[in-house]
Write a protein of this length. Sequence first.
Length: 266
Amino acid sequence: MLTVPLDLLHISPLRPALPLPWPTAPAVALAQAVGFVEPVTARPIPGTTPQRYEILTGLKHWLLAQRAQLATVPLYLREPLSEQDARQLVEHEAGPDAQDPIAEAQAIQAEVYQGRSIAAAGRTLGLSRTAASHRRRLLRLAPSVRARVATGELAPGKARALVGLDERVQLELAHRIAREGLNTRQVEALAKAYKQNGGHPHAAAVLPPAPPAQDPDLARLEIDLAERLGTRVTIGYSEAGRGQLTIDFASLEILEGVLERMGYGS
């Protein structure tokens, strides 16, 4: 078994797009008290100096070590390992314990009905307050659209843009998203056009152009940062290598949640 610094470990790109399993406050307190976490299983990432590792199992232990401000984690190294075996390990760990977004929203709603805050309900699922609010908002979708989110046919971020539209329009746009492969920005533009024009489909016929293809590593980084911060993150850059990192927030409450995630003021 090895002992590896936290920054040399990375979330596997094979992991399904699910909420990260952030630890509860009692788990963090225990890890701080004992000074260690359970081992992580990983494989080497080729061509990296210093050597970096792709997490296969034990992602929650790595996240716990971060929150507990530990410097290292114990590591079981697995090599050689086929891509199929690696994928099965990652998906097996994420799959059985992972709830679909609608089930998560219902769990959050149930706890809120029992008097808990959205932030507390979200922590139970490893979600920030902002992410928990976003999940809960999915319950305002039409039942047929919620079903598409639950099965993974419709991404939560795209579905959230449909909230507030007539049920018929929600279903129409859900079909269009699947048929045309619309991205989140295009879905938001369509939904906005429908809302501004009384739900008339011809008013939302013209879409903004799709952005140019993004570097897959940066796209994956955007997704990872968005999950960590609980809001949309975009990375723009030029051929010269200059760029900007943009963190979106729609309210001061969301900004507060982002700052909490970044450790500001802690």
